[in-house]
Ligand binder design. Structure first.
Ligand SMILES: [Ca+2]
Ligand SMILES: [Ca+2]
Length: 300
């Protein structure tokens, strides 16, 4: 079959265009879709393949003292920070509920898992040192260096199985959210009045699941974070806390597991990668620049 030179040239241009366009067009579609036949990429996201990851927080998180205060570094690709609406009035010294999240400490209780100690709580044996929703809602913010789809967690201790008759804790509901914006989350912007309804997409948080009375020990809580089309949802920031308002929940976080995109595969929310909108604007700016150059060349 014969082909003229201009036709080959046009085909090469079309092929090049697709080669450049495809990563931008499909950057937000990640995982789940798999590949289709015919050699045409339908998804340049995280599906082929992803890297299974797991984090044993008791082993990985750097801590010191007794009880052991966690520094925040948990291995090479995860850092944790503690947040709570539990606070202390700076003048009276009494316990108050803050209108926003404020920084809280994380302590490592060995195989019982990590707990959150808010400013109005104590890290001692009898302090409410778990992630709880009494006197303020406590939460862990997990920041991964990569783009992660969290798919399970375990708790080392929970309020549901607590045998103490004097403890107010008799539940262990765990609430999981993922961050959706390109800029990092500002935790002090969080409005805790109705956390479950306000942690919406308008604030940048995507509700992944409200898991009732998560078991401890060998129980594993599955997490399913997907996009509307069923593909896996990835983010570099995940919020795991006792964020409902029933006020009897408590747990200590022991492990996290998920899958990670290959580096550069999909922009992870929270790591400052341009959003599709700004990529489109960049494309328009480039088109304008090229057109301007052409006009100048024509005029010369
Ligand atoms: Ca606590
Ligand atoms: Ca609390």
């Amino acid at each position: 079959m014969k082909s003229s030179y201009p036709k080959l040239f046009a085909k090469a241009i079309i092929a090049l265009s697709f080669g450049v366009m495809a990563p931008l067009a499909f950057a937000c579609t990640s995982g789940g879709g798999g590949s289709s036949g015919g050699g045409t990429p339908t998804d340049t996201g995280c599906d082929t393949p992803v890297v299974p990851k797991s984090w044993d927080l008791n082993a990985l998180c750097t801590s010191s003292g007794n009880p052991a205060l966690v520094s925040g570094a948990c291995g090479t690709d995860l850092s944790l920070s503690g947040w709570s609406t539990g606070s202390v009035d700076p003048i009276s010294g009494s316990s108050v509920i803050s209108p926003t999240f404020v920084v809280a400490s994380i302590y490592d209780y060995g195989t019982s898992g990590l707990g959150i100690v808010a400013a109005n709580e104590s890290a001692s044996s009898y302090g409410p040192h778990s992630a709880d929703n009494i006197n303020g809602n406590d939460a862990f913010l997990a920041h991964f260096t990569g783009s992660i789809n969290l798919n399970s967690l375990t708790v080392g201790w929970n309020g549901t199985d607590n045998t103490s008759t004097t403890s107010p804790y008799h539940g262990s509901d765990v609430n999981v959210y993922a961050w959706t914006k390109s800029a990092a989350p500002v935790m002090t912007d969080f409005d805790p009045v109705e956390p479950n309804s306000n942690l919406t997409t308008s604030l940048g948080w995507k509700l992944i699941g409200n898991y009732a009375n998560v078991g401890n020990g060998s129980n594993t809580q599955s997490i399913s974070a997907t996009n509307a089309d069923g593909s896996l949802f990835y983010s570099s920031y995940w919020l795991i806390g006792a964020l409902n308002t029933s006020g009897n929940d408590a747990f200590k976080l022991l492990t996290l597991a998920g899958v990670q995109c290959f580096p550069g595969d999909t922009p992870p929310p929270g790591n400052g990668v341009p959003e599709p909108g700004s990529l489109a604007l960049m494309g328009l700016a480039m088109a304008g620049f090229v057109a301007s150059r052409r006009r100048k060349v024509a005029a010369a």
